[in-house]
Design a protein around this ligand. Structure first.
Ligand SMILES: *Cc1c(COP(=O)(O)O)cnc(C)c1O
Length: 664
């Protein structure tokens, strides 16, 4: 192979995001030159000089592996079919090198695409390309500081489709370039307003994820929904399912209704009836405050354009998003999506129940079903453990195949302990490098990493400081806490929570065993799932619609210690982890005094931690106890078949996509 061919092969392998979950491809790319943290392999490849490539010519093993990997990739992705399902989401978390996500919603969307690729579903993602992505976090004087980076789509493997779509705005038309990323066999379209044809202010519409004022947000969502629908059509795709991952892409419906009116529908209601069979809505929030709403004053000029086109009064268009409380004074995106979708679902069983109650007065609200979130196993499980599972269970453990997981009891306890030692090293090294803290590898490592939203109560354990101090001082049963997560830049209480955790880490009571690990992203998250023994989850029930971080930790062998909320409420069996007792076991939004509830649940969580430390260290410090290993095996066998994105996307296909496609 000549150097140019080698370069071509390397670029091909680095451009398709399959390397984010194919750890052999990833290792092959890393052999060229270890990337700096967060660096896309394509950037590394493009930095190689012709001399570097000529030097590779002698490495026959590497070139043979490369040729094999490229052949395998080509055979998988050959002839991408036109998609039946267009999956719309404001964020996609596919890799830390493509920072187009803020939290769980985006990671879920990325995992959905990957599992769809694994299963060979005819699905494509539709989103935005944010030049500045989401912010990076630095701790400055004990508080969160925010740093902004700039990203170039083409350097991250994006293909320019050559398409530009138009999105009508008051007094002007905005255009968006359509990039296409390859995610295994699946395409992800990403719309980008940073093009020369737009006025300076409009080029900034897709600048950052979840920042700016309501108008900025509204314009982003118009580009996502209307522009996204137009991009799909311009590619010649006619999806039988438009899947809305949360309400942010709901303006897609304006475009779908518009087409029906052009095709002869005489009223908005008639047009809606014609589009309904093609629309699926997944809601992700159990609280009214989490729903996207726009004041009439803001949105009216944008919707007036559509009212004029359709020859109807503005109130008829506003009525599409009639708010259950504020009527036409507020445009409610969830109401729009529910009224226009033939099917809708929540993301855990409990969240389904809560959503039916929350949306009871909205048309379509009472028919909400649920499909519980799952996680993409090969993205999140350590390569070391993947190899062990492949060997011992067979290759189908990753899609949740039940008989495969039933073999987990055959795993050797010695091997289970050895892999833990091994994968824990990455976390201990990362914490050492970033925080200058040495974690005792014999301690029970308890992790907590997620957005610092107040309902997640990162500070719950601090409510009984003297009891927490006793746990941290115990030399017979050492415990180490690792926290990570970002607060939204505008979330003042969330930032205060974060500062409280950082501050606690340097008190004498923390005993050097309470660490905040900064700059949370998918790479930090992976290191934590691979290295923690326990995954702590302390939301106010029922605010955590599903949660997914505990599922990722569970696949890696960590035991969940959690409030019975979201996915855990339906999957805990009392032995596959540790439940934190609720102060008031009523389902729903209890009227209980918040402080009293938090004090009670804090005490319950601390009780559990003492119990866990005793069980973990029962056979002496330095030996993960037999009882603990047994619990790990039981957790794998009960959760493995249920928490994967393979199971989740399979459920979407069977229960929602297929019936919708068959009804066409
Ligand atoms: C899984 C994941 C989340 C979601 O975690 P939750 O516990 O569901 O809030 C957020 N961010 C990253 C980087 C993740 O990997």
């Amino acid at each position: 192979m000549n150097p140019q061919e080698t370069r071509q092969h390397l670029r091909e392998l680095a451009s398709n995001l399959q390397w984010t979950w194919n750890h052999r491809d990833r290792a092959l790319l890393d052999r060229l030159a270890p990337p700096a943290a967060g660096e896309h392999p394509l950037t590394v490849v493009d930095r190689l000089s012709d001399d570097d490539l000529a030097a590779l010519a002698d490495d026959e093993v590497l070139l043979a592996d490369l040729a094999e990997a490229v052949t395998a990739l080509r055979s998988r992705v050959s002839g991408p079919p036109t998609p039946d399902v267009a999956y719309f989401s404001p964020e996609f978390g596919i890799s830390e090198t493509l920072p187009q996500y803020s939290g769980g919603l985006g990671i879920l969307a990325g995992d959905h695409l990957k599992a769809a690729s694994d299963l060979g579903l005819r699905l494509a993602g539709v989103g935005l390309f944010y030049r500045h992505g989401f912010f990076r976090q630095e701790i400055v004087d004990g508080s969160q500081g925010e740093r902004v980076e700039t990203h170039h789509a083409e350097r991250l493997g994006a293909i320019d489709t050559g398409l530009m779509v138009e999105v009508p705005m008051p007094d002007r038309t905005v255009v968006a370039r359509v990039w296409r990323f390859e995610v295994g066999r699946v395409s992800l379209l990403a719309l980008d307003c940073d093009v020369g044809a737009n006025a300076e202010a409009d080029r900034a519409i897709t600048d950052r994820l979840y920042s700016g004022d309501r108008q900025h947000r509204l314009e982003q969502e118009l580009v996502l929904g209307v522009g996204g629908a137009r991009a799909v059509a311009a590619l010649g795709w006619v999806p039988g399912v438009n899947h809305l991952n949360e309400g942010h892409a709901g303006f897609l419906l304006l475009e779908l209704i518009d087409r029906e009116i052009s095709a002869g529908a005489t009223t908005i209601a008639e047009a809606l009836d014609r589009v309904r069979s093609r629309v699926l809505f997944t809601t992700h929030t159990p609280v009214p405050a989490g729903i996207d709403r726009f004041d009439r004053d803001l949105i009216e000029p944008y919707l007036q354009l559509w009212a004029d086109r359709w020859g109807v009064d503005i109130d008829e268009v506003l009525a599409l998003g009639r708010d259950p409380d504020a009527g036409l004074a507020v445009f409610n995106m969830a109401a729009l999506c529910l009224a226009a979708a033939s099917r809708a679902n929540g993301v855990s069983r409990l969240h389904g129940e809560v959503s039916r109650e929350l949306f009871a007065s909205v048309p379509g609200g009472s028919t909400i079903t649920s499909i519980t979130n799952g996680v993409h196993a090969r993205t999140w499980v350590s390569p070391r453990l993947q190899n062990l599972f492949d060997e011992m269970l067979g290759p189908r453990w990753d899609d949740g195949e039940a008989t495969t997981w039933s073999r987990v009891g055959d795993l050797d306890a010695v091997e289970v302990r050895a892999q833990r030692r091994d994968t824990q090293r990455g976390l201990i090294d990362l914490v050492g490098a970033r925080c200058g803290t040495e974690i005792d590898p014999d301690s029970l490592i308890i992790g907590f990493a997620r957005r610092f939203a107040t309902y997640k109560r990162a500070d719950l354990l601090l409510r009984h400081p003297e009891r927490l101090a006793a746990i941290l001082a115990d030399t017979d049963r050492p415990v180490h806490f690792v926290f990570a997560g970002k607060a939204h830049p505008a979330d003042v209480p969330g930032k205060a929570l974060l500062a409280a955790i950082v501050a606690h880490g340097s008190t004498p009571e923390a005993n050097g065993r309470f660490t905040f690990l900064p700059d949370y992203d998918m790479a930090v998250a992976r290191a934590m799932y691979h290295g923690c023994d326990v995954w702590l989850n302390t939301p106010v029930r029922p605010h955590e619609a599903s949660g997914t971080s505990g599922e990722k930790a569970a696949l890696n062998g960590a035991l969940n210690c959690s409030i019975l909320d979201g996915w855990w409420a339906e999957m805990s069996d009392g032995r596959n982890g540790f439940d934190i007792a609720l102060h008031d076991p009523k389902v729903g939004f209890a009227d209980l005094d918040d402080a009293e509830r938090d004090l009670g649940e804090s005490a319950n969580a601390l009780d559990r931690i003492i119990e866990m430390a005793a069980e973990f260290h029962a056979d002496g410090v330095g030996n993960v106890s037999a009882a603990w290993v047994e619990r790990m095996l039981h957790a794998w066998s009960t959760l493995g078949p249920r928490v994967t994105a393979g199971r989740m996307v399979g459920d979407y296909e069977r229960l929602l996509y297929r019936p919708m496609l068959d009804a066409r």
